[in-house]
Ligand binder design. Structure first.
Ligand SMILES: [Zn+2]
Length: 337
C-alpha cells in the first residue's frame, strides 16, 4: 500500500467518490470537476448543485443524452463530453474514461494526480468491462458484495431463459417485462439481436432511451410503439419501468420482473401469471473478485454506499487476494443532498 495515494481515492458518506484533488464522481462535492459515470439515479445525486458549483460536469456523450431524456439536464456551458479512452488534463490532473458494461454510456474513471493513479469502476458487469490496471488505489462497486447473492448462471443464460419464457407464453397474450432504465433498453436490444421480432410497446421515455441505445449499438429496434396505458390485446412485449409493476400485474398477460436479487433459479414462477427472471446489470460477487484480481491494484476501496456487504468484500480481497482493502463510508448518510 502507498498511504500517500490513499487520500486521493475516498468514498464520502453521501456516496461521493473523491478522486485526485479536484474530481468528484456520482454525488455532489465542492470540487472543480463532477463526473457522472452513468445515468442511474444513485449516480446523479446532487447534479444541479454540481452544475452550479463545479467548473464542468463530465460524462460520455450517451450519458448526456440519457440525462436530457430523464430531465436531469446539465447547462450546455457546463458540459464536457468525454469519450472512452480519451484523456483530458485539468489543473494538473489527467482524467480518462474507460468502457464499463452496465447501461449504455457507462464509464469507469481513471485520475492521475500528484504521482498517484487512482480509478473508480462505477457500476459494471463482466464480460465487456475494461479492467483498470496499474492503479495505486481502485474504488470498486460491490452491489452484490458477498457469496450469499451469488447467481449461478451468466446473464446470457438468463437472457436465453427469458426468450424461452416469452416464446412459451406470448401465444396466450402480451408479455410484460419490468426493469429499471438501462436494463430495459439492454433487454430490448439483446432480444432483437437474438431474432425475437414480436412488436414492442413501451412508455415514451423508455422508447427514447431505447432509440439512443439502439443507435449506439447499431441495432434496428423494429416494430416499437408507444404504450399509453390499459390492457394490451396483441401478442406484444410490453416494457414497463419497475416502479409501475404493482399497478400493472392485474392486467391480462404474463408479467416478468427482471431482478438480479433472484438467486434461487434463473426463472421462478411467483404466481400463475408472474415470474422473476434473474437478470442483472451488476457483476456477481465472483465476477467482482475476478475483476479485482485481474486489476491487481496496490489497494482497494469498496464502495459501501451503494453495495451490500462491502465489509465482507474488503475482508475477502485482503485474505484471498492479499491486496490491502477497506470499505467506505463506514456510516451511510442517505439524507437529501
Ligand atoms: Zn447503475
Amino acid at each position: 500500500m502507498i498511504p500517500r495515494c490513499s487520500k486521493y481515492a475516498v468514498v464520502g458518506d453521501k456516496g461521493e467518490i473523491l478522486l485526485g484533488r479536484g474530481v468528484v464522481a456520482d454525488a455532489f462535492a465542492r470540487r472543480l470537476l463532477r463526473v457522472v459515470t452513468h445515468a442511474h439515479k444513485d449516480h446523479t445525486r446532487g447534479l444541479k448543485s454540481s452544475a452550479r458549483w463545479s467548473l464542468y460536469v463530465l460524462a460520455t456523450p450517451v450519458t448526456f443524452r440519457f440525462l436530457d431524456v430523464l430531465g436531469e439536464t446539465v447547462p450546455r456551458e457546463k458540459r464536457l463530453e468525454l469519450s472512452y479512452n480519451k484523456r483530458i488534463n485539468v489543473d494538473g490532473e489527467s482524467i480518462e474514461f474507460r468502457r464499463a458494461r452496465h447501461i449504455a454510456g457507462s464509464a469507469q474513471v481513471v485520475v492521475e494526480s500528484s504521482g498517484c493513479r487512482v480509478g473508480y469502476t462505477g457500476d459494471f458487469k463482466l464480460p465487456g468491462t475494461d479492467v483498470l490496471e496499474d492503479l495505486d488505489v481502485l474504488v470498486v462497486d460491490a452491489t452484490y458484495g458477498s457469496p450469499r447473492y451469488q447467481r449461478r448462471w451468466s446473464d446470457w443464460e438468463a437472457l436465453q431463459a427469458l426468450i424461452e419464457l416469452i416464446e412459451d407464453r406470448i401465444k396466450y397474450g402480451p408479455v410484460w417485462i419490468y426493469g429499471f432504465h438501462g436494463k430495459l433498453q439492454e433487454v430490448m436490444i439483446e432480444l432483437r439481436k437474438r431474432g425475437v421480432d414480436y412488436p414492442y410497446l413501451a412508455e415514451p421515455v423508455t422508447i427514447k432511451l431505447a432509440r439512443i441505445t439502439a443507435e449506439e449499438y447499431g441495432i434496428d429496434l423494429g416494430d416499437t410503439r408507444s404504450y399509453l396505458g390499459g390492457p394490451v390485446d396483441e401478442s406484444a412485449i410490453v416494457f414497463i419501468h419497475a416502479s409501475k409493476r404493482r399497478s400493472k400485474t392485474r392486467l391480462p398477460g404474463t408479467h416478468v420482473r427482471l431482478t438480479g436479487w433472484e438467486v434461487r433459479s434463473m426463472v421462478r414462477m411467483t404466481s400463475p401469471s408472474t415470474f422473476n427472471v434473474s437478470f442483472s446489470d451488476h457483476a456477481t460477487f465472483r465476477e467482482l473478485i475476478e475483476y479485482v484480481r485481474d486489476a491487481s491494484p496496490k489497494m482497494v476501496v469498496v464502495d459501501a454506499y451503494r453495495g451490500k456487504d462491502a465489509w465482507y468484500t474488503a475482508k475477502y480481497i485482503e485474505r484471498l487476494l492479499g491486496i490491502p482493502a477497506t470499505y467506505m463510508p463506514k456510516v451511510k448518510n442517505i439524507g437529501r443532498i
